[in-house]
Design a protein around this ligand. Structure first.
Ligand code: 0X9
Ligand code: ZN
Length: 307
């Protein structure tokens, strides 16, 4: 538990992942989806649930948005269900990686260093060279291939929101997209970022485009933020990226939703709302993990029951 009292280096996180996979060989599988531009592995870990899915429950509507399952079922067998969680797409958003590390630890154990603030601490993009030798990096979250270059991103390689020379020109974005596309049973994708305390749904590219699953996405979002708040009182606002934060085309969840057909595609901006910003203190890792896990478990239950 003490591990989560601190942020960790890339090497320490690899050691953590390897220890987890040695400790829980039946539960987890550790793998790399490929290498970053600078040659570091992009790690993934699958965690299996020991429980089989039960037949669909019949729903009872309580209020407009809050619907609960009744005790009777329709008796039909369920499809496999896989939930993808993605952190560290933006380098300086350390809490997104720490939160996922916390999930991995908690899910496995329950079911089955440079500490100084440097210029690099505020790095956001990847490390790929651009057409300007003095401006490095593509914003991975502007480089996905759905409605790429449709606003809220920049063609300037020196911009923090540089979209890249073409969709999927960033090696990491391409690898991650191929990975998501390869997961036939993916029903949810959540991309963790910081900061602002938001639970976001499609779309980011266009404020007028409404997802066909708007109702289900809204209902899940409201339930998830309510479950999150119940843990430590932290308020998250919910809504489409374009409306709740700003227009951003070439982002991951638009692509996972519209191209990879992952119905429950979200992006979360974790703590805080600006007091510490990207430099969120280490003593908030565990509380952030706890509340975010409550939201994720709500989401998993919602999808399990509804789909
Ligand atoms: O601008 C972003 O990429 C995200 N905010 S952040 O401060 N973490 O950089 C918001 C992106 C919303 N998600 C997508 N458009 N996919
Ligand atoms: Zn981010």
């Amino acid at each position: 538990a003490n591990y989560h009292a601190h942020y960790h280096t890339y090497d320490e996180i690899i050691t953590f992942l390897k220890n987890i996979s040695d400790t829980y060989p039946d539960l987890v599988q550790l793998f790399s989806i490929g290498k970053t531009y600078e040659g570091r592995d992009i790690w993934g870990i699958t965690i299996k649930s020991k429980k089989a899915r039960e037949p669909t429950k019949l729903w009872m509507k309580i209020k407009d948005y809050f619907i609960t399952p009744s005790n009777s079922t329709n008796g039909k067998k369920k499809k496999e269900m896989e939930l993808i969680m993605h952190g560290g797409q933006h380098a300086r958003e350390w809490i997104s990686v720490a939160t996922i590390t916390y999930f991995i630890d908690t899910l496995c154990s329950k079911y089955g260093q440079d500490k100084h603030i440097t210029k690099d601490r505020m790095w956001r993009k990847n490390r790929q060279p651009t057409s300007f030798p003095f401006c490095t990096g593509i914003d991975l979250n502007r480089n996905w291939g759905y409605e790429w270059n449709r606003g809220g991103s920049s063609p300037n390689p020196c911009s923090e929101a540089y979209m890249g020379p073409a969709a999927f020109a960033a090696v990491e974005t391409k690898l991650m997209a191929d990975f998501v596309a390869s997961r036939q049973h993916a029903m949810m994708y959540i991309d963790f970022h910081s900061y602002s305390q938001l639970w976001m749904s499609p779309f980011g590219s266009d404020c007028n485009e409404r997802p066909k699953d708007e109702e289900d996405l809204t209902e899940l979002s409201l339930g998830a933020t309510r479950a999150l708040k119940a843990v430590h009182g932290t308020s998250f606002a919910a809504g489409p990226v374009c409306k709740i934060i700003y227009q951003a085309s070439g982002g991951s969840l638009d692509w996972t939703y519209a191209v990879a057909n992952v119905k429950y595609s979200f992006a979360a901006e974790l703590r805080d709302v600006g007091q510490y910003g990207f430099l969120l203190p280490e003593n908030q890792i565990v509380p952030s993990g706890e509340e975010t896990l409550a939201a994720v478990l709500f989401a998993a239950q919602f999808i399990n029951e509804r789909e």
